[in-house]
Design a protein around this ligand. Structure first.
Ligand SMILES: [Mn+2]
Length: 424
């Protein structure tokens, strides 16, 4: 639908200004001992998967206000991610949600994705709501349920999700469980966790050798009193018991307020047990709003730990995914902004003067250590991101290009104003 030539035309409007800012920043960073080309190479490589459920307007339990032109098929969802990837050169993967995105013909879907240069990231199972005609209800739980037949249905569903993923070339399944209890006394905590472990072990046995299982955690919601996997410790416990193919997944929104998420990252990476990330942001709970819109400094501190872990531990390669869903913005504009915020935090963390930080830490020079981190955080790294995109024929300013190219209008013209995406 859009071409690199069109993007290049739009880039011409701001290219002089870009070169000026990039040269200025390069000179500054080089004088600080940083190798700018290494940072750009890291940014070029960095790909963040787009979840299929974020391509439509999300809703709340009160209402949903779709904006038109939403993708109503898996093919259209892949097309939308293709547009994002052309604009930002960083959205080279899609994460599917089964049963919302069951491919009818896996080979043709694979080829379609390849034509946009997209890979399939982790597939996601869904046992948090009942599908039409479902025989055994997940109302009181899925993998933890007291009824063996409910557990078996949930286990079988997860195995089917793995099979769909195999057909598409995916290499991981993310399991997020809504299981828990809303009232004291409803569940026996120990037994519910034991049943969950036994169910997960059954699914784990279905994983191909080169696959990974990501176990997500969440402290509350949809259950209000307890969740079976409420925190990283419980996820880590399960991942350890299951074996080397099971890893913990950190979703930024799945923590109680003020949790030190960067420390959780460091601990999990020390144990080589961090599998991946779901990026979003929040003010109060699992708000699932645009990454970096509320707490960009936290995101930067997380990347500081991630880079340290990637360089100094044997933690497996991480799977990066956005997990947002909300009511107001054009979903594609939001995903452009989330991707940008993640890359800004990554680039800022790459600008940390690590040798100086180590020295300050070894001298217990607290003020200096804070100063070093904040020097990097307060650097405007956006010209580095723009330069990385420009070299890959993507847009200097993806949001501006999205608007100038009239992409949403074209999508509404072809798909209709009433087109609704499956999902949340
Ligand atoms: Mn998530």
């Amino acid at each position: 639908m859009i071409t690199s030539a069109q993007i290049s035309d739009i880039n011409q409007h701001t290219i002089d200004e870009h070169h000026w800012s990039f040269d200025y920043l390069s000179t500054r960073l080089t004088s600080q001992g940083l190798i700018v080309e290494d940072i750009i190479a890291s940014l070029n490589e960095f790909q963040i998967a787009i979840p299929s459920w974020a391509l439509g307007t999300g809703g709340t339990r009160f209402g949903r206000f779709p904006g038109g032109g939403e993708p109503s098929s898996l093919e259209q969802k892949i097309g939308d991610v293709g547009i994002l990837h052309l604009l930002n050169a960083s959205s080279g993967a899609i994460s599917l949600h089964i049963p919302w995105d069951i491919p009818k013909d896996a080979d043709s879907i694979r080829n379609l994705a390849a034509s946009y240069n997209l890979k399939f990231d982790a597939v996601n199972s869904n046992t948090f709501l009942d599908q039409q005609g479902q025989k055994y209800s997940y109302k009181f739980g899925s993998l933890c349920d007291v009824d063996q037949q409910v557990r078996k249905a949930a286990i079988d569903h997860n195995k089917e999700v793995i099979d769909h993923g195999i057909a598409l070339g995916s290499k991981a399944i993310t399991v997020w469980l809504a299981d828990g209890s809303s009232f004291p006394g409803q569940n026996n905590f120990r037994e519910a966790l034991e049943r969950t472990y036994t169910s997960l072990a059954d699914i784990y046995d279905h994983l191909p050798d080169d696959w990974t299982m990501f176990i997500e955690y969440k402290p509350y919601e949809p259950n209000f009193y307890s969740m079976v996997i409420p925190d990283w410790g419980t996820s880590h416990l399960l991942a350890n018991k299951l074996g080397p193919k099971a890893l913990t997944l950190v979703d930024l929104g799945h923590h109680l307020p003020n949790t030190n998420i960067e420390q959780i990252v460091a601990i999990l990476m020390m144990q080589n047990k961090l599998g991946g990330f779901h990026f979003n942001d929040s003010k109060y709970g699992d708000d699932d709003i645009t990454t970096g819109c509320i707490k960009p400094y936290q995101l930067f501190l997380i990347f500081n730990e991630l880079i340290d872990g990637m360089e100094n531990t044997n933690n497996p390669p991480l799977s990066w995914m956005i997990d947002v869903s909300h009511n107001l913005k054009d979903p594609l504009e939001d995903l452009i902004q989330s991707t940008e915020a993640i890359k800004i935090a990554f680039a800022q963390a790459l600008c940390i003067d690590t040798p100086a930080l180590k020295e300050a830490q070894s001298n217990s020079d607290v003020s200096k250590a804070q100063q070093i981190l904040q020097n990097a955080f307060r650097t405007d790294v956006r010209p580095l991101l723009a330069e990385s995109r420009l070299r890959q024929e993507a847009a200097i300013d993806p949001l501006d290009a999205f608007r100038k190219l009239g992409i949403r209008k074209s999508l509404i013209d072809t798909r209709g104003v009433d087109s609704i995406a499956t999902g949340l």
